[in-house]
Design a protein around this ligand. Structure first.
Ligand code: GLY
Length: 325
């Protein structure tokens, strides 16, 4: 295997919120690690960050224990309305073969997303279609689903996305009207590839207890995800707060001054200071350094850094409001 110019890396999350029941922990861990294995296989073979985060998120959307794709939470009137998006920052560069150094010449950002879809099996793949095949960034509902059909994506009836687990949670929500769940489970991934391109992807069923037609942060550029020349981020948590604080844009902007881990912690503090809400964040910089933080009860992540093994972590919350380095 040739030595990559930039060591590729990928990090994924399965949502921040309440600690998951003991009965689900082992399977969630297995699924998150398997998803990152799929994405990292693309990176190891020299594939793109966009393909790697897409494959990772597809695996999580297909797993019923996560709140995205199959397993999405339901609206108050019992429907599935999913949001997802993908964003990439791609480098144009020239290689000075004499010294094997790549000179960055420009960055091109591209993005695609969908909201309020319920008939497509993998909203992240439809986001990719919006990004690659339309002049638009964000599409909604039936028109987006028509695009999915035309693109040959796997379609389904909305009820085929509903698990017993999601239906039981919906019934519990109906017993406590007005209460928005702290059980989040949004999924996301960020990656850097061997060429130094970065990508972010986020996918969700939203928050349980949501009204029909509510759109969260996950498909909104700058809120639920962001990618720029210096790094990428994906968020989870209370969408209304993440939108108001443009969480992922904030985190990537902080990268330049303080590095990935401190940027993640500071961004969560910024969100908490202005909203008092719970959220989580994963990020990566263009040199493959990770950052992650949340202020919920727990957040689960899995990481791959070339050439190492995949690590799985259940993160404790940061102390919001504490003095920051
Ligand atoms: N963060 C997911 C949502 O609020 O929809």
């Amino acid at each position: 295997m040739h030595k990559p110019i930039i060591k590729p890396a990928l990090i994924a999350h399965g949502g921040a919120g309440r600690r998951v029941p003991v009965s689900e922990r082992a399977e969630r861990q297995r699924a998150l690690v398997a998803a990152v294995e799929g994405g990292s296989a693309i990176l190891r073979e020299g594939g793109s960050a966009a393909d790697a985060v897409s494959r990772t998120v597809v695996a999580l959307e297909d797993h019923g224990l996560f709140n995205a794709g199959f397993g999405s939470v339901l609206t108050l009137d019992g429907r599935v309305e999913m949001d997802a998006a993908l964003m990439v920052a791609e480098l144009s560069s020239t290689l000075n073969a004499n010294v094997n150094i790549r000179k960055k010449t420009a960055t091109r950002v591209r993005a695609g997303g969908v909201v309020l879809v319920g008939r497509v099996r993998n909203p992240i793949l439809l986001s990719r279609v919006v990004m690659d095949r339309t002049p638009h960034v964000l599409m909604a509902g039936r028109a987006a689903e028509r695009l999915a059909r035309e693109a040959g994506l796997r379609m389904c009836r909305p009820e085929q996305l509903v698990t017993d687990r999601a239906r039981n949670r919906w019934l519990a929500t109906l017993q406590a009207p007005g209460k928005v769940s702290r059980q989040h489970g949004t999924v996301g991934a960020v990656a850097v590839d061997q060429a130094g391109n970065v990508a972010a992807a986020t996918s969700t069923g939203g928050v349980s207890g949501k009204m029909a037609g509510r759109i969260g942060d996950s498909a909104l550029i700058g809120a639920g995800l962001f990618a720029a020349a210096n790094g990428a981020a994906s968020a989870t948590g209370t969408g209304e707060a993440i939108m108001k604080s443009c969480l992922c844009r904030e985190a990537v902007a902080l990268l330049t001054g303080v590095g990935a881990q401190r940027a993640a912690v500071r961004a969560i503090n910024v969100l908490y200071a202005s909203t008092g809400a719970e959220a989580g964040l994963i990020m990566i910089d263009s040199r493959a350094r990770f950052g992650y933080a949340h202020n919920a009860e727990a957040m689960e992540i899995a990481l791959f850094a070339h050439p190492g093994e995949i690590r799985h972590l259940v993160l404790d919350p940061i102390a919001v409001g504490a003095s920051q380095p």
